[in-house]
Write a protein that binds this ligand. Structure first.
Ligand code: GLA
Length: 869
């Protein structure tokens, strides 16, 4: 290593390390992206993979209610190994670990550190190969061991640090390690063939040790500034993006003065003007997990909780991507529940205007340009409505000879690039519609089998947002997951970030994990210009319209960068302002995308004021991203609650019914107590302090109050509890009756568990079945098998209460209706007959049970799945 130290110092630490070697055969390959992850024992990583009762990685994967960690395991339940991200890391005993990123690159092979999720997130984002160089040593101080040379003197250390006790020894080791790895990059990046590399970013997670010594603690902020500058200088990368993860001792409750002052020193880095847009600080305190939920009571080392380490890695990656992506991005510090500084493409529900509700097919260049102008002049753009989306019927009925989409030349004579340029020139973003079927819903060319070509065209026109419809997609013969994996990759290949909005009539994207591919998905059929339709769409996201009532809406499937979309706004198209307002309030509380759909050219001031209501928009755009959920529903009265990032909560009190009524929310329904300040968000007025509850008086039909309750700046209020995985997925070996699980998606009539639709016992041929369900045509429901079941069995037939002369049909589809794969079809069945179903469902993640007929009742008696292993 001495040679390396010598080399480092002798060459004045100013070597050019961003090298692009381009041998003749490697032009097509991108340089390897290098990320350095440096620091102390927490960077080495102490998250347990299997030890302890709770909070280890295996436990997390098993108890993964939201499907957040399933990417860590492969189909056989083994730890996933990436083929695009590689690691160089020494463990705490200096044992070298290298190879494809997987679990076990922590301080020991039985642990993980931030590298795991950092590498996964970075790898998902970038197209090139990635090498993570981990250099970390436990128990080291920034004042001594990692001492940046410029803190000693402009010419560096007084003596070359040869011994571990010498000032700066570990700083030099860190850089020497990086040099060493880069000199031998072909050893660590399989298939490396001289394509070169770039040092893309530096991540730092350290600090625990410095708080022990007062002087080191006091010098910390200044030392950290020097570290950033020195590392950049010594790597020859003056603008190297740097992400610092705070040491995060003991959650937000930590009030030890030394610990706090150290955390504050780290946080302060985010306020340096010179670091704006090139250094981010991740406040990690929200990632703390208490000892009872963790593998160990260690206190430091994050109680060895694997989730804490995953969250640190994820946030560091997001912050890094943000810095790399957008040099003008402000390195902003986000505290508390919001986990990181990286915003993603849709950190809050997208806002904009879409042509469909206002104009349907009748769009053209002139109209769209006028709309763009008005989005600016009306103040909509500045209020957040940034996407101008051209819906269906912008394209010509035929592709060009290269198979590319082209604009309808009558409607858009200047072509799509020109309209995109115009939209951009107004400071807006450009959205476009396509369909994953072979035709759009208006029978124009769809993207099926032209996916990459079309995404390339969109990117070349400067598109920022794609609404992907689903008409004719059932003929693709592909599952939604298959279709969207194709689009996701195709978009990634273009190199242009584009929001992907799934428009699938609300089939099931939340259920099959649309968030892996897209930022938002429809939860409903199309919205129409009447309040009933508005309420129906709202129910698909906030109520039991699309899912089992036990979920209390779809909130558990939404959050930053993955939103439930109950369809675009009809504000301005409804009967009166009261209807427009309640529609807007509902979309705000549901964290729904706000895509205006009115003709802006004739927008009244009343409508404009609704769309621009700043405090209502703020609820929708809250950075916490918690979708509002019902805390009360009876008859026509509904109360929704949406806890916010600032420690307060938004509450919607609503009367949908005809009778005038009072609606009261009590503080215990929303996690508060005693006296609480209340603000009216439409009136933008404080209403005073209220003890234990608040009553909205004399609400007319569609009358409502949207209020904010609580004290600004308090610790964020707890959110609702999600439904756990075993309640809605097959998790056990043996028999699982489907009526014991909550369906994850339903359309049309809901099924009745263990009874016929009339709530009587299920019977065929005087045999009574205790399990199963009764349905009324038409009914469609989806059950999540999770690849765990082998057979589906049931006895099916029309119920005794079904009319005599009508037939009904039972079908089972593989996963979703878009695959078009029917795995069982009963044919038309008459009353008095029944059939036994016993089919193979091995490996299927979902099945969709469908019952159709005209006004008929049918039963899936004894419906169950059997799992062999
Ligand atoms: C479907 C979508 C609508 C709209 C039309 C266009 O119905 O759900 O939002 O895009 O297609 O044809």
């Amino acid at each position: 290593m001495n040679y390396k130290i010598y080399k480092l110092i002798a060459i004045g630490l100013s070597v050019f390390l961003i090298m692009f070697a381009f041998p003749a055969n490697a032009f097509s390959q991108k340089p390897v992206k290098i990320f350095i992850l440096a620091g102390q024992s927490n960077m080495q990583g102490q998250g347990e993979t299997t030890k302890g009762e709770k909070g280890n990685l295996s436990w997390l994967v098993k108890n993964d209610h939201e499907g957040k960690y399933q990417h860590l395991v492969d189909k056989n339940g083994e730890w996933e190994k990436r083929d695009d991200v590689f690691v160089y890391s020494k463990d705490k005993f200096d044992v070298l670990h290298t190879g494809p990123l997987t679990v076990g690159f922590g301080a020991l092979e039985s642990t993980i550190g931030p590298e795991l999720q950092f590498g996964n997130a970075i790898g998902d984002y970038f197209d090139s190969k990635i090498l993570l160089i981990k250099t970390a040593w436990g128990g080291k101080s920034l004042a001594v061991d990692f001492c940046p040379p410029s803190t000693v003197s402009p010419s560096g250390y007084n003596q070359i640090p040869y011994n571990p006790n010498d000032t700066g020894y570990y700083y030099v080791q860190m850089l020497a390690t990086v040099y060493d790895v880069l000199d031998n990059i072909q050893k660590y990046v399989p298939g490396y063939s001289g394509e070169g590399y770039e040092i893309a970013g530096f991540g730092w997670h350290q600090g625990w040790n410095d708080r022990i010594n007062k002087a080191a603690n006091e010098a910390y902020e200044s030392n950290l500034v020097h570290l950033i500058k020195d590392v950049r200088r010594d790597l020859g990368t003056p603008n190297l993006p740097v992400v610092i993860a705070t040491t995060g001792m003991k959650s937000y409750k930590d009030n030890d003065p030394m610990e706090l002052s150290l955390i504050n020193a780290q946080l302060a880095i985010s306020t340096y003007p010179e670091f704006k847009g090139n250094v981010s600080v991740v406040d990690t305190r929200g990632f703390w997990r208490d000892a009872v939920d963790s593998p160990a009571k260690q206190n430091y080392h994050w109680n060895r909780n694997a989730e804490s380490y995953l969250l640190i890695g994820q946030s560091m990656a997001e912050a890094m991507i943000s810095l790399l992506n957008d040099k003008s991005h402000t390195a902003e510090l986000i505290r508390g529940v919001s986990k990181s500084t990286y915003k993603g493409l849709a950190p809050t529900p997208p806002m904009g205007w879409n042509s469909w509700n206002a104009f349907e097919k009748n769009i053209d260049e002139k109209k769209i340009k006028t709309i763009a102008d008005i989005m600016v002049s009306s103040g909509m753009r500045d209020a957040g409505y940034k996407y101008l989306v051209l819906d269906d019927a912008w394209m010509a009925s035929k592709r060009n000879k290269n198979g590319e989409l082209v604009a309808d030349s009558v409607k858009f004579p200047g072509g799509m690039k020109a309209i995109g340029d115009y939209i951009h020139s107004k400071g807006l973003k450009f959205g476009i519609y396509e369909c994953r079927g072979s035709l759009t819903c208006q029978n124009l060319p769809g993207s099926f089998e032209h996916e990459q070509t079309d995404m390339n065209s969109f990117a070349s026109w400067g598109v920022d947002y794609i609404k992907m419809d689903a008409c004719f997609a059932a003929k693709n013969g592909r599952l939604s997951t298959e279709d969207f994996a194709i689009y996701h990759d195709a978009i990634k290949k273009t190199g242009r970030p584009m929001v992907l909005s799934i428009s699938d009539f609300g089939q099931d994207a939340w259920a099959w994990g649309g968030k892996k591919y897209a930022q938002l998905w429809r939860t409903s059929m199309d919205i129409y210009k009447n309040i009933k339709s508005v309420y129906r769409c709202a129910e698909t996201s906030g109520g039991a319209g699309s899912i089992h009532p036990a979920f209390n809406g779809l909130w558990q499937f939404a959050g930053p960068n993955h939103w439930n979309d109950p369809d675009m706004l009809q504000v301005g198209n409804l009967k009166n302002a009261a209807e427009d307002k309640v529609h807007f309030s509902l979309w705000a509380i549901l964290a729904a995308p706000l895509m205006a759909g009115n003709d802006l050219r004739v927008m009244s001031d009343t409508v404009k004021n609704i769309l621009l209501a700043p405090e209502v928009i703020a609820i929708n755009q809250d950075s916490r991203g918690q979708q509002g959920y019902k805390v009360f529903q009876k008859d026509s009265i509904e109360i929704y609650n949406k806890p916010l990032a600032d420690g307060t909560t938004a509450v919607l009190l609503l009367n949908k019914g005809r009778r005038k009524t009072d609606v009261t929310v009590s503080w215990n329904q929303i996690g508060l107590k005693g006296n609480q300040p209340v603000r009216d968000l439409w009136e933008q007025r404080d209403l005073g302090s209220f003890k234990n509850s608040f009553t909205a008086k004399n609400l007319e039909q569609h009358g409502h109050k949207l209020i904010k309750v609580g004290t600004l700046g308090s610790e964020p209020l707890p959110g609702p509890t999600p439904v756990s995985a075993e309640k809605y997925t097959v998790t056990k070996i043996g028999t699982t009756y489907l009526s014991d699980l909550f369906y994850i998606m339903k359309e049309f009539n809901h099924p009745v568990a263990d009874k016929n639709f009339n709530d009587e016992p299920i019977q065929f041929n005087s045999v009574t079945y205790k399990k199963g369900f009764g349905c009324k045509s038409k009914s469609m429901m989806m059950y999540k098998l999770n690849g765990k079941a082998n057979r589906f069995q049931a006895i099916i037939g029309l119920d005794k209460c079904s009319p005599e002369d009508k037939t009904g049909k039972f079908r089972i589809l593989n996963e979703d209706k878009f695959s078009g794969r029917v795995i069982f079809d009963s044919g038309d069945m008459e009353k008095g007959t029944h059939q036994t179903v016993n089919i193979d469902v091995s490996g299927l993640d979902f099945i969709l049970l469908e019952f159709t007929g005209k006004g008929v009742f049918g039963n899936w008696a004894d419906a169950k799945v059997i799992s062999n292993n």
